[in-house]
Design a protein around this ligand. Sequence first.
Ligand SMILES: [Zn+2]
Ligand SMILES: [Zn+2]
Length: 512
Amino acid sequence: MNRCPSCNAPFEIGDAICARCGAELPAPYEAWDATDDDGYDTGEFANPYPAASPEVAQMIDLGTHPVQTAMGLSHVLSEAGVAHALYPPLETGPQTVHLLVPEAHADAAWQVLHRASLDPRELTILAGADVYLDEQVFAPGTVVLAEGKILEVLNFAMEDPQDGSRFFDVSGHLLTAGFIDIHTHGMLGIDTNQASAEDFSRWSFAAATHGTTAVVPTTVACPAEELRQVLGNLHTAQTAGLPGARLLGLHLESNFISPEYKGAQPPSSIFPADDPRAEAVLAAITDFVDAVCIVTVAPEIPGVPALIEKLVNMGVIVSLGHSAASYDQAIAGLDAGASQVTHLFNAMSPLHHRNPGLVGAALERDELYTQMVCDGVHVHPAIISMAISAKGAERFVPITDSLQGAGMPDGAEFFLGGQHVTVHDGVARLDSGTIAGSIMTMDAVVRFLVERVGWDLGEALAMAAASPADALNRPDLGRLHHGAAADLVVLDQELNVRLTFVGGEVVYRAEP
Ligand SMILES: [Zn+2]
Ligand SMILES: [Zn+2]
C-alpha cells in the first residue's frame, strides 16, 4: 500500500494530494517507464512490506525514507547481493528515493534500508560466524540486531563499519537462535517448587550460560497453595527484570496424572480432575494465567478432557503425559485441545502393536509436538533417532527435564518434591532407584543429538530452538528472522557456548 509521507494515510496511485492532510504526494507511478533498460518488468516486483498486507504494489516506494547516504546504501545493497535499480538517479543527501527490487530480494532490501535509516549506535553487528537459519546456513554470515530484535541476516561477513555500531567479530564460530527448554525442574541447586523470586533470577542467568535464552520452569504435582506461591514468585521475578534467559511461564506436571505412571511425582498430590481439591488448583492457574505456559495431564483420568478444553480456552498449552491412556483416550485428549506429549516413552504405557497407547498416538499424529528427554539415560539414542524420523525435526522438542543437580558435580544430593535424590555418574535417582529427571543442560542436549544420536547439526540446532518455540506458539522466538527477538547464541566448533544474547543484549560471555 502507498502511504502519505506526512500523515501515513493510504493513497491511490495517481493521487497528487493526500486526501487526509493535503500534503503533496510523490510522483505518480504510471508516469514512469519501469520496463526500460534496467531489464526488469515491473510486474515481477512486489512490495511485501508489511508482510501482513495483502496489497501488492508494482515497486517498493521509499517515499521520503530518510536515506542519508544514498550511494552508501547502493553499496550496501550490492554487498548484500540485492540486485536493484535506484530511481531517480541518486545524489548524496536526504531525498525521496524510489527503488526497484526483484521480488525475491525485496525482504532483504527492506531490511538493509531499515538499517540505513537507524542511528548506527543503536546497532549490534555479529559478523563472520556460520549462521544457522531454519533451513540453510550462511557460512559465513552476519546478523544485525536493533531495538532488541533481529534486524537482518546477511549471507556475507560484514566488515566493521566503524560508525559507532557495536561490532562483534565472531568468525570461526557458529551463530544460532538461543535454545528453549520447555521442561526443566531446576539447576544449580534451584528447584521450581521451592524457588523464590531471587532463585528464578539466578536460574535465568545460569540457563544463559548454557545457551538457553528461554526457560519454562517445571513443577512437580503439589498442593494448590504451593503452586500459588511458585506462580507468585515467578511473576515477581518476571516483573523485576531478568539477568539472562526469559522465563516464559510455568510448566505444571500437574495433579491430574496416572498414579500408575507417576514417575517422580509425589503420590500424595495426585488426584482426579473432578476431585474437590482440583478446584483450588484451577483457581491458582486462573489467577496467574499469564505465568502458566504448559499443563501436563493424563487424558484417561476422570474430568481431564473437560479440564483440557478449559485450559486451552484460557490460552494454556496442554501436554499429555504420566499416563496409562489407551490410543483412543490419547486421541480424545488431542481432540479436546492437547497439542503436546510430555517426555515420550517415559512415564507412560509402552508401545504395543495391538495397543499403541499414548506413544502410538504421539508418533502417529503429526499435529502433536513430542517432548523427549535427550540425555542418553531416559531413552536409548536409537529410540530418539527413530522418534525424530517419525515426527520430523519440526515436531520434535528435545528437553532436559533437568533437576536442581544440573550444573552440579557428581555426588551432589538434593530433594525433589520431598524425596531424596543423588547424582551419580551423570544420573539422578530416587533412593528407590527410579530415574528422577536429568542433570542435562540444553547445550549438552545439542551435543548429545549430534555426537551420540548422530543427527544433522543444523536440524539439532533447530530442534533446540524453533521446534519448542512453535510448540509454545511463539513465532517471535526461536528463529533468526527479521523482527524476531534477538535471542541468540554463539558456539565454538565443539558446540560450547561462548556468547549469549537475550533481547539484543549480551547476558553471558565465556572466559577467553
Ligand atoms: Zn515427568
Ligand atoms: Zn519433569
